[in-house]
Ligand binder design. Structure first.
Ligand SMILES: NC(=O)C1=CN([C@@H]2O[C@H](COP(=O)(O)OP(=O)(O)OC[C@H]3O[C@@H](n4cnc5c(N)ncnc54)[C@H](O)[C@@H]3O)[C@@H](O)[C@H]2O)[C@H](O)CC1
Ligand SMILES: [K+]
Length: 516
């Protein structure tokens, strides 16, 4: 059984964990399933009343307990005097258990057989077709219903989803076929990973978590979630400077990279490392570019390394390793370029560097299709690919990474033995054991060149302070996100620069520590 998630992650149970939890609550804690369904339906009712306050509502019910929740909300809406059309996507006789009971409890006109055309004439739709019991692309009549609801949404009919937008895999965010895009989703007991991971995240709208009263204490291990939302609490895990601190307590970070035309990337990583609390930062760069660093950043030292045509070469290895021996972490890759020489150096340095390593950008591209080579490392290792870089590492297509973010991030972590940070609005931080931290995102100011380098420097600084790699990666992602939000608030989202984000790191950290 895998280790429990750290307390600073807000648990996101997947379908299996949620089902185990329901079963435990019903069988071990004696909470009747019908009562859980009633509480779920009431929470959904409140969200519908808030988001679809007027007009006729079409409630579309599937054949499982998601449909059962739909029958509860239809009853509560009718009891509240609302006009409600109930559509059933199966024969009533197919309903079982609690869903069946709620069919019998429905006041007013019985459900009609699913009528697609009617969905375009109502003020709003409740999507209670598929929930955590769904598997694969919606098919058959259920598939038709999901497609029609999706189409009605495209034509402007707002949809509120029950537990999960139908067609979205609640455990992964994957969308295998037709899928609903909701304005809001009421999800029961806790949010599901698929509501925070693309493409599912983009289809959930506002996520309202409905507490259905499942007890916290005494839960069996099989109900333990493997994924969680990263919160401000992770900042509380970070060491902070005491009054007697010296620069040596802050940790020494090396940033190795840069090539002709790409000297900004290592500069931004170096600036971010300093802004994230590193005691001192040294850039290891091609000799011909060293003057750039001498002039650009007073706070950052630099070491000119052997090069060819403005790119690093394998001959730089010994000097770089000698520097590693006096440092606490190495950030490798920003602006390194794609020359064979620089790639060969990156692979050798990555394997031989005895310090915690942050591998990014062309340092990752140098390991395209050679991920397993990194498993030889014994010191902590964090990889920070965006979708394109992960596709190259795993030798799969970019579309596949976009479609299967969670499973491919986990696969890369397992194969490399490293922490993998798959960047995006829904940044995922995966461990080789399968635990995953998910960023809340919502920091559009970060959508500008160089912010990836800022993230590299940030995590590098936390590794240099001896922070455990999963914690360092999650805390770095959260600090980076909050700095991006702060810059967006201060100067605006459009036109925010990567350097602004780096400069906002100290304030973001202070503010997060206050709320964490
Ligand atoms: N604690 C809670 O969170 C509670 C949740 N509840 C609700 O129950 C559903 C899960 O219900 P379940 O019966 O397990 O499954 P679904 O309703 O999601 O699916 C049912 C049904 O659909 C068919 N089906 C599955 N996949 C497909 C497909 N790809 N295409 C077509 N048809 C498909 C299959 O026959 C399934 O049986 C949860 O989401 C909550 O909404 C409880 O109400 C209260 C406690
Ligand atoms: K649903």
């Amino acid at each position: 059984m895998s280790a429990p998630l750290p307390r600073w992650l807000d648990p996101l149970p997947d379908a299996a964990a949620q089902r185990a939890l329901d079963g435990w609550a019903i069988e071990q804690r004696g909470i009747p399933g019908i009562e859980l369904m009633e509480r779920a339906g009431r929470g959904l009712f409140e969200l519908v009343q808030r988001r679809l306050p007027t007009g006729t509502i079409a409630v579309v019910c599937g054949k499982g307990n998601n449909g059962g929740d739909g029958l509860v909300v239809a009853r509560l809406l009718r009891d509240a005097g609302r006009e409600v059309d109930v559509h059933l996507v199966c024969d009533p006789s197919e309903l079982r258990g609690d869903a069946r009971v709620n069919l019998e409890r429905l006041p007013g006109s019985p459900p009609r057989v699913f009528n697609p055309g009617a969905l375009f004439e109502v003020a709003g739709i409740v999507d209670a077709v598929l929930g955590t019991g769904a598997g694969g692309a919606p098919h058959g009549l259920i598939g038709d219903a999901v497609e029609t609801i999706a189409e009605a949404a495209v034509h402007g009919v707002p949809v509120v989803a029950c537990d999960v937008p139908s067609g979205v895999d609640g455990s992964t965010g994957e969308v295998a076929g037709a899928a609903v895009r909701a304005v809001a989703t009421a999800t029961f007991h806790a949010a599901k990973p698929g509501l925070w991971i693309a493409p599912g995240k983009g289809r959930a709208g506002e996520v309202a978590v409905v507490d259905i009263g499942i007890p916290v204490d005494g839960r069996p291990p099989e109900t333990a979630p493997r994924a969680g939302l990263i919160g401000a609490a992770v900042i509380g895990e970070l060491p902070h400077r005491g009054a007697e601190a010296t620069k040596f307590d802050g940790g020494a970070v090396l940033v190795c990279g840069g090539s002709t035309g790409l000297s900004g990337a290592p500069s931004l990583a170096a600036l971010a490392a300093a802004r994230a609390g590193a005691g001192y930062v040294t850039a290891l760069v091609p000799a011909s570019l060293n003057v750039v660093f001498e002039l650009r950043q007073a706070e950052v030292m630099s070491v000119p390394l052997p090069e060819e045509d403005g790119a690093l070469v394998p001959a730089a290895l010994d000097l770089a390793l000698e520097r590693c021996a006096r440092a606490d972490a190495l950030v490798l890759g920003p602006g390194l370029g794609r020359s064979d020489g620089a790639g060969a150096l990156a692979r050798a340095l990555a394997v031989e560097a005895p310090v915690p390593l942050l591998l990014d950008a062309d340092g990752l591209n140098a390991h395209a299709g050679r991920l397993e080579e990194l498993a030889a490392r014994t010191a902590p290792t964090v990889l920070t690919p965006h979708g394109g870089e992960l596709a190259r590492l795993l030798d799969v297509g970019g579309d596949e990474v976009r479609a299967r973010r969670l499973s491919l991030a986990r696969q890369a972590a397992m194969r490399s033995g490293a922490i993998v940070v798959l960047k995006g609005d829904d940044t995922l931080v995966a461990t080789p054991e399968g635990a995953v931290g998910i960023s809340r995102g919502d920091a559009p100011a970060l959508a500008t060149a160089g912010t990836g380098d800022v993230l590299s420097g940030t995590i590098g600084a936390l590794l240099a302070r001896g922070v455990e790699p999963f914690t360092a990666a999650c805390a770095g992602v959260e600090l980076h996100r909050r700095a991006g939000q702060l810059v967006g608030e201060r100067i605006g989202v459009e036109g925010a620069l990567a350097g602004d984000v780096a400069d906002a790191l100290p304030a973001a950290r202070r503010m997060a520590a206050e709320v964490g």
